[in-house]
Design a protein around this ligand. Structure first.
Ligand code: 5AD
Ligand code: SF4
Length: 451
């Protein structure tokens, strides 16, 4: 008997972080395994799955709006279903559960961050019986990693090593939604990495809300350095990780940037603020001095490392002086990339209780000032690679010009180069080429292929 989802067209819409992107690859893997096939638009889809994020309010509002407007999109002609099946997963699914189907009655399935594996069953019930299917467990013992995956690129893989977060930064909703931090065993991680490498994967990105505290729950102490060594031993060519918390970044891990050739020279180390007063109110548990010391140590080991960070502007009560300290810290570090966010109040977090009368226009002006600095810095950092030869992992063609290949450098810079005569992009994708950089711009490098 064929499965109820066989031959149905599905479309997945992803909001938010890499963990969500990874979870959606699992969603695709499960649906493909049951015979469904992926399409690129809502109009063509019998099933639409939203993988949602609730870290900031804007994404939250957008999700509710998008699901509401789906009601008016007719089902494709020829669909075997009477009605399009709409599912919401990820952080909003986990947080709002039943409330979602009450507010959006045409929604069929809601699944939480711990219930990825139940999605096929929930969708099947929705197809066969109709009605609302809601499943949100508070925690899970199994890692979604045991589920099939349909990776975006066959040569790159995300590998979650922890789920959840124990840090309770005062502005952040994640620990309430994703639950406490749980680590996979070292053996499990190493085995999965080895499977990927044997299957031809050359780039692995280890994922967790705070990879640096990996293992504390299992082994009583963080063992992230051991994870890096074990995964490097699989022979993977490029190894990356995200995200790091400065309070847990150990000297041992920093040293590995100088010891493991596969560990790419790129570190994302969210600072959030450069003011000690604000850092304390954020419950970040480090000072700007400690952060700058970490940067000094990392650069001593790997002078060419590309640093990136996250910054929140407009945390309640942030003064011009506090902001200035953030601005100065950014100036001092010299980042290749900074993800800037305007503070978004999240109900249920401690920061939501702090009164703030700073006008929105003041916050926006500070934000714009910071963005100008960040862009100038990104340009300055890329300029350092003018005339350099960089090894590029080819990912595809440029969206604007199909004669240009696009790929990533070790520092994770986007690199463009003309596709050489006689070469097809299909044969280049997933391979490594050497590019001589001729032009270094703010957001990309461009050059020509060597050899
Ligand atoms: N408002 C704005 N930005 C936030 N982030 C997390 N919570 C909030 C919030 N309430 C940012 C942090 C984090 C990134 C993933 O999102 O900078 O590092
Ligand atoms: Fe949120 Fe802080 Fe955990 Fe990151 S470390 S997910 S900002 S609570």
């Amino acid at each position: 008997m064929t499965h109820a989802l066989n031959d149905l067209a599905y479309h997945v819409i992803v909001f938010g972080c890499q963990m969500n992107k990874h979870d959606s690859e699992r969603v695709c893997g499960m649906l493909e395994a049951l015979g469904a096939y992926q399409v690129n638009s809502i109009e063509e889809a019998d099933i639409v799955v939203f993988m949602t994020c609730c870290v900031r309010e804007a994404a939250d509002i957008r999700l509710y709006g998008q699901v509401a407007s789906l009601k008016n999109v007719p089902l494709r002609t020829g669909s075997p279903l009477r009605k399009r099946i709409v599912a919401v997963g990820g952080c909003i699914g986990q947080r709002d559960g039943q409330e979602l189907v009450e507010k959006l009655p045409h929604l069929d399935v809601v699944f939480g961050t711990h219930n990825l594996a139940s999605l096929p069953t929930l969708l099947t019930s929705a197809v066969q019986q109709g009605g609302h299917q809601v499943e949100i467990a508070q925690s899970s013992t199994a890692f979604p990693t045991d589920l099939p995956t349909q990776r975006e690129h066959s040569w790159s893989a995300w590998l979650p090593i922890t789920i959840g977060c124990n840090n309770f930064c005062s502005y952040c909703i994640v620990p309430y939604v994703r639950g406490r931090e749980k680590s996979r065993t070292l053996e499990d991680i190493a085995q999965e990495a080895q499977r990927y490498v044997n299957a031809g994967v050359s780039e692995i990105t280890l994922l967790g809300q705070n990879v640096n505290s990996y293992g504390r729950d299992l082994y009583g102490e963080p063992r992230f350095a051991q994870v890096l060594k074990a995964v490097a031993e699989t022979g993977v060519k490029r190894l990356r990780f995200a995200t790091s918390h400065p309070k847990d970044l150990s000297d041992e891990v920093i040293q590995l940037f100088g010891e493991l050739p596969s560990l790419m020279p790129a570190l994302h180390l969210p600072v959030q603020s450069g003011s000690n007063r604000i850092l304390e109110q954020m419950n970040r548990r480090y000072t700007r001095e400690h952060y700058l010391e970490l940067i000094r140590k990392v650069r001593a080991v790997r002078p060419d490392i590309a640093l990136s960070t996250d910054i929140i502007v407009g945390f309640p009560g942030e003064t011009e002086e506090d902001f200035q300290q953030t601005y100065d810290l950014v100036k001092e570090v010299g980042y290749s990339q900074v993800f800037t966010f305007i503070y978004s109040k999240r109900e249920g977090t401690p920061a939501a209780k702090i009164e703030d009368d700073t006008p929105r226009s003041v916050i926006q002006e500070r934000f714009d000032r910071l963005v100008d600095l960040v862009q100038a810095q990104a340009y300055e950092q890329n300029q350092k690679d003018q005339d350099a030869v960089v090894e590029v992992l080819v990912e595809g063609v440029s969206k604007r010009n199909e004669n240009l290949l696009v790929g990533k450098s070790p520092k994770n810079q986007t690199v463009h180069a003309p596709i050489p005569d006689g070469c097809s992009i299909e044969e280049l994708m997933g391979t490594y080429v050497k590019v001589k950089v001729q032009e270094a711009r703010t957001w990309y490098l461009s050059g020509t292929l060597l050899d």
